[in-house]
Structure formats: C-alpha cells, structure tokens
Design a protein around this ligand. Structure first.
Ligand SMILES: [Fe+2]
Length: 235
C-alpha cells in the first residue's frame, strides 16, 4: 500500500489474541503493513481478546502497546473474556451501532450490531462456548455471559431487519453448526451455533470472518477462519 493513493479506511481482520499470548501477530515484524496505516484504519479481532481480564499491569501494558500501533483495534467478544469487567465500560453509539471504548483506540464491537464503515456494513455477534468450562471457575475464568442473552438475539434480528438482511461482512467468534460440520468439528453445540444456522440461511453477505477454532483456513467460498493470519477484508 505504501506510496499508493489511499482509498478510504483499511480494514484488516485476525483471530483470537488471548491477552498477550497470541498478540505478537500484530507487531511490526509480523504485520509490517501497519507502517503505512493510521488511526483511521482498523484491525478487527474475532473474539477471545482477553485484555479486559483484570485491569492489571499486563492488561494495561498491552492495551497501551495496541494504542501505540498505527491502527485502531476493534474486537468482538469471544468466550474467554471477563464479562463482569467488560460490562463496566460505558456503551456509546459509533458508526451506527453500540460499542464500548476500552481506551482511545481499542473498541469493543457489541453483539447483534450492524456498523457502517466507509460505506461497508458489518454485522457482529460475539460469544461462544468454552469447551473446557468444567475446569474453569465461574466469575474467575468462566462467565455464563459467554453466550448471548435473549435480548441480544432479539437486537441482532431487529438490526438485520433494518438492513434488509444484507451486509458486506459478518464478524463472529464461533460459527454455525453447518460450517462446523463442514470443518468436521463436533465438540460444540449451543443455541448460538443454531442461531448462526438461521442467520446464514437468510442473510446476504459478502464474507464471514470468525475465530475460536485456532486455525487459519478458508472454508467454502466466503467463510474465513482466522487465527494467526492478519489479512485485509475481501474488497
Ligand atoms: Fe480462543
């Protein structure tokens, strides 16, 4: 992109960061594209952000590290988030949907929203199931809020209605039963996966990006599982 005429905001997508564990994909060595980016450009993380975990030293260090990058960080929530802490952030309107600012340049894209960025629409629906939840402690390393509430599903449907069930991109953490079956992944089943079965049947979308399964793979023509790769959205 360097030296080229800029045409609107750049939007990159990547997979789970899990706090500092998988954040190095966003350093300048692994993601040199950021040299030609600005705060008007975005990198969106497909859940398991993990840096609103305890507001401790590590959270604050890496949040500042992200703020020092040449891009604005967007994230949807996954299943490994501290939802009690996340809830404390004020909800504001941004590009047509609800968000929470974690700092000036880290923005939580909430569930069931449709945003419009640079003429492109994005439907977001975080959440997922921790398959290891029996080994986790409620309120310490596991939260029932990892799955959406009835109201959040309702809000998603309402917002999709308003956009006549047509968006450019879909950002989710987990994915439909249909796509899991296609990937031969059978460990998860929740109403969220079933909800996505319904959504993908009704919705016209250009490309669906998701995380959660810790692999990088193009699935069918227009589903992209993300983990380490940091890629621009399909134009
Ligand atoms: Fe994850």
């Amino acid at each position: 992109m360097l030296g080229k005429e800029r045409d609107g905001n750049m939007l990159y997508v990547t997979g789970d960061t899990h706090g500092e564990l998988d954040i190095r994909k966003l350093n300048t060595t692994n993601f040199p594209e950021q040299y030609s980016m600005t705060k008007e450009d975005y990198v969106a993380i497909m859940g398991d952000f993990g840096l609103v975990w305890n507001d401790g030293k590590e959270d604050l260090y890496w949040r500042k590290w992200l703020a020092d990058r040449n891009f604005t960080t967007l994230f949807i929530d996954g299943n490994h988030e501290n939802f009690d802490l996340l809830k404390r952030h004020e909800v504001v309107e941004w590009h047509g949907g609800k968000v929470q600012f974690i700092n000036d340049s880290i923005i939580h894209l909430m569930r069931g929203q449709v945003y419009e960025i640079d003429g492109k629409t994005i439907f977001t629906m975080g959440g997922g199931t921790s398959i290891d939840k029996e080994f986790r402690k409620p309120g310490k390393s596991w939260w029932p809020d990892e799955l959406p509430t009835y109201e959040e599903y309702e809000e998603a449907l309402r917002n999709l209605d308003q956009h006549n069930w047509k968006v450019d991109y879909v950002f989710t953490h987990t994915i439909s039963n249909n796509i899991m079956k296609f990937m031969r992944y059978e460990k998860e089943e929740s109403e969220l996966n079933t909800f996505f079965d319904l959504i993908e049947e009704e919705l016209t979308f250009r490309h669906w990006y998701f995380g959660h399964f810790h692999a990088d793979e193009q699935v069918k023509d227009n589903y992209r599982l993300l983990y380490i790769d940091v890629i621009p959205v399909q134009p």
